[in-house]
Ligand binder design. Structure first.
Ligand code: ZN
Length: 382
């Protein structure tokens, strides 16, 4: 999973050779054909050539290593990259250090290339931080399976485990006292089984600290299971669905995704309501491209809300100093003319991650309040 990859990259910190951190937006909605990726790919590779390979103060050995990495990235993106439904690509490479790490995400990443002594993971981290870690438990009268669900991927965390609970008594058999006793005995076994599952869940929570819990089971078992859950876990329940432990992992993933979607839709709606309310009353939020950029620049923004895949047109300075809704002609920093761009979300993300502003993609809502596509929650009132 992505966090293991990030930890792995941490090992390369503080080394002397150059590491290329190469980010590319590979969103199929924006770049339908594979060759549509080439203009941005080329622009980024040329930028490294210009900034590093032609610089006199950089040693020949370092240049050689960077050149090998550029070539490998070029070949990889052109011929090997399988986008599937992935929207963001990050490559960390250093031929000298034997580093080659490719990360693809189901969400977009900005175009960005950094050559430094360590992998530049800030942007990746600020994008993935918005993703919560879900745990799905599927439980029946005898068995249980525990899964982790993260960024659209599922992994089984504990294999099937089974308790020996006797079969349920059929309703017609309930007449005699003896049968009632058997029924009690069975219920007792079931309660013990559910308690064991719950203990296992608590241990798993302590080890992995998941954010939300999804429960799969039968209509009969789910309420009984919820009763015995530890309060820590109870407050993390984000959804329930009908399933059996023997249900296929793919089907459990689909059902988990459904629950997650429903839960996050509501949370996103609440967040938008908060932004609109704060903008109008508390003044601790802004909407619109220019207001958002200014808030980020001033260090006032805490979290920026961006569309997951819609485009926001605008103007930007080629050197990355400035982004604007309208063509104000010159960059206030370098005084060069601004360029029109059909989508400046990459530029906004780059700026936000440079200023340590949290990034949150709006996945289910297209606009914030009065038809704005972008906004920010502020640390202090505007
Ligand atoms: Zn500029």
């Amino acid at each position: 999973m992505i966090n293991d990859e990030l930890n792995e990259l941490g090992r390369f910190e503080g080394n002397v050779s150059k590491v290329i951190s190469f980010y590319l937006n590979i969103d199929g909605a924006l770049f339908p054909r594979h060759q549509d990726l080439e203009p941005d790919l080329n622009a980024q590779l040329r930028k490294v050539e210009k900034d590093y390979l032609k610089e006199n103060h950089i040693g020949a050995e370092e240049k050689r290593s960077v050149a090998i990495d550029l070539e490998r990235i070029d070949q990889y993106v052109r011929f090997e990259l399988d986008r599937d439904d992935r929207r963001g690509l990050a490559i960390f490479a250093s031929a000298d250090q034997g580093l080659w790490q490719v990360v693809t995400l189901p969400v977009r990443l900005p175009n960005l290339v950094v050559v430094d002594n360590q992998p530049y993971t800030t942007t990746l981290t600020s994008v993935i931080e918005q993703y919560d870690f879900y745990c799905t438990v599927v439980v029946d009268r005898r068995k249980a399976r525990i899964f982790s669900v993260y960024m659209g991927e599922i992994e089984e965390s504990f294999g099937l485990f089974e308790d020996n609970v006797p079969d349920q008594v059929k309703s017609g058999d309930w007449a005699s006292l003896r049968q009632t006793k058997i029924a009690h005995h069975i219920e007792d076994h079931l309660a013990k089984h559910l308690k064991r599952v719950s203990n296992k869940m608590l241990a798993y929570y302590k080890a992995r600290r998941f954010n939300h819990l999804l429960i799969g089971g039968s209509k009969e078992v789910i309420p009984k299971f919820k009763e015995v859950l530890h309060p820590y876990l109870k407050e993390r329940i984000a959804g329930e669905f009908i399933a059996e432990p023997d249900t296929s992992i793919n089907s459990i993933l689909l059902k988990s995704n459904e629950c997650e979607k429903h839960y996050e839709f509501e949370r996103e709606k609440e967040l938008i309501r908060r932004v609109v309310g704060e903008e109008n009353n508390g003044k601790k939020a802004v909407t619109g491209l220019d207001n958002t950029i200014q808030a980020i620049e001033r260090g006032q923004a805490n979290e920026v809300l961006l569309p997951q895949s819609a485009e926001i047109g605008g103007y930007h300075c080629h050197e990355g100093h400035f982004i604007s809704e309208k063509d104000v002609r010159r960059c206030p920093i370098c005084k060069r003319g601004l360029q029109s761009k059909k989508d400046v979300v990459s530029e906004v993300m780059r700026l936000a991650s440079a200023k340590n502003v949290k990034i949150r993609f709006l996945k289910y809502h297209e606009s914030i309040g009065d038809n704005q596509q972008i906004g920010a929650l502020l640390r202090y009132a505007a």
